[in-house]
Ligand binder design. Structure first.
Ligand code: DCP
Ligand code: MG
Length: 355
């Protein structure tokens, strides 16, 4: 490889939560397994095994819909502690190969292996070796473009063809909103993006449009960045239209709090500070925070506080364009459990005892 060529592996485990459940419960192997919320409690699908995906079941779908599509599916609650432990195992395998590991989620990472290989063939051998180690240590399979258990090699000279055929939603930073907008314009693939041209994409999406054009052309100089320490977990949403109605805001906050809860559960952490973020229709930004020793982990713990914080800000006159919920001053579950043991009894038995 010439000096400026980088070799980057992208590794993503197949049907992560569901594969772990099938690994740990042999009786579920070969069967449609859905991990997530229960269908009769308005839950959503976290992921589905490939057997269940054949029926059209996918992540983020209401569990009730999933059950209708696949009545024989086995529904299981998530066991985040197990998934986190497996995640640590695979990240350790990656870090043995290179220090340049950038995790994107529990089951997915970029590895810059440029310094570990001399040729493309060696990069492929290294990728196979890593897959074998994952299999050996966890009995799970990994891949990305050809799921499940694939290994896709994109040499530089084939990058153009690969990107031209790639569906737009697979490009980095293209979420639901951008996908919908592009589809409306008849844009489906990288080739369509290229034809559209940089100027047009910039007009439509600003800076992000220019970036998208460069990605479609195979120009992407972003380094693989080993993770920085996480300081907070938050979710926010810019509303489709500005709102004044407080109960509507509360419904949105509930949804955000549930997403924060999910992320905290995945990471196995809690935080002592809860922050509400509001951007008025004038673009002015205000935040209000509240802290407590026993921490915040569940949406139901966050909601009463969020409602109070909201009532301090909202007066029914000014309209809101963005709402956000963030948990910070992160603490480990152990630390939090200790704090809870001390504080909880005081909550239940005597409101006045404070630690
Ligand atoms: N996840 C979730 N909710 C989502 C998406 C994902 O809870 N909306 C969880 C469950 C997944 C895990 O994150 O198992 C990893 O996400 P992936 O997108 O990598 O999905 P899978 O690994 O399940 O499937 P794939 O084989 O497509 O990678
Ligand atoms: Mg995956």
């Amino acid at each position: 490889m010439d000096e400026r060529t980088r070799a980057i592996l992208h590794i993503d485990l197949d049907a992560f939560y569901a594969s772990i459940e099938q690994r740990d419960h042999p009786e579920y192997r070969g069967k449609p397994v859905i991990v997530g919320g229960s269908p009769d409690r308005r839950g959503v699908v976290a992921t589905a095994s490939y057997e269940a995906r054949k029926f059209g079941v996918h992540s983020a779908m209401p569990s009730r819909t999933a059950q209708r599509l696949c009545p024989d599916a086995i529904f299981l609650p998530a066991r985040f502690e197990v998934y986190r432990a497996v995640s640590q195992q695979i990240m350790t395998i990656f870090r043995q190969q290179t220090a340049l590991v950038e995790p994107l989620s529990l089951d997915e990472a970029y590895l810059d292996v440029t310094d570990a290989v001399r040729t493309l063939e060696e990069a492929v051998r290294l990728a196979q070796e890593i897959k074998q180690q994952i299999w050996g240590q966890t009995q799970l399979t990994a891949s990305d473009a050809h799921k499940p258990d694939g290994l896709t090699v994109i040499p530089q000279e084939e990058a153009s063809a690969f990107l031209e055929a790639l569906p737009i939603e697979k490009f980095f930073g293209v979420g639901k909103v951008t996908t919908a907008k592009l589809r409306e314009l008849g844009i489906q693939t990288g080739a369509d993006l290229k034809h559209m041209g940089e100027e047009r994409l910039r007009d439509l999406f600003g800076k992000h449009g220019g970036q998208l054009y460069r990605y479609a052309c195979g120009v992407d100089d972003r380094p693989v960045e080993p993770v920085r320490e996480r300081k907070s977990v938050g979710k926010e949403v810019t509303l489709e239209r500005d709102i004044r109605d407080r109960s509507e805001m509360e419904r949105i906050l509930e949804n955000l709090a549930l997403q924060v809860e999910r992320r905290l559960a995945e990471l196995g952490i809690a935080g002592k500070t809860l922050r509400l973020k509001v951007r008025w229709s004038t673009f002015e930004l205000v935040t209000r925070a509240s802290s407590r020793e026993q921490g915040f982990q569940l949406a139901q713990e966050m909601l009463p506080i969020l409602r109070t914080l909201l009532s301090e800000l909202v007066d029914g006159k000014r309209a809101v364009r963005l709402l956000g919920v963030t948990v910070s001053s992160l603490v480990s579950p152990n630390e939090m459990r200790r704090a809870r043991q001390i504080v909880m009894p005081s909550l239940w038995h005597d409101e006045h005892v404070q630690v």
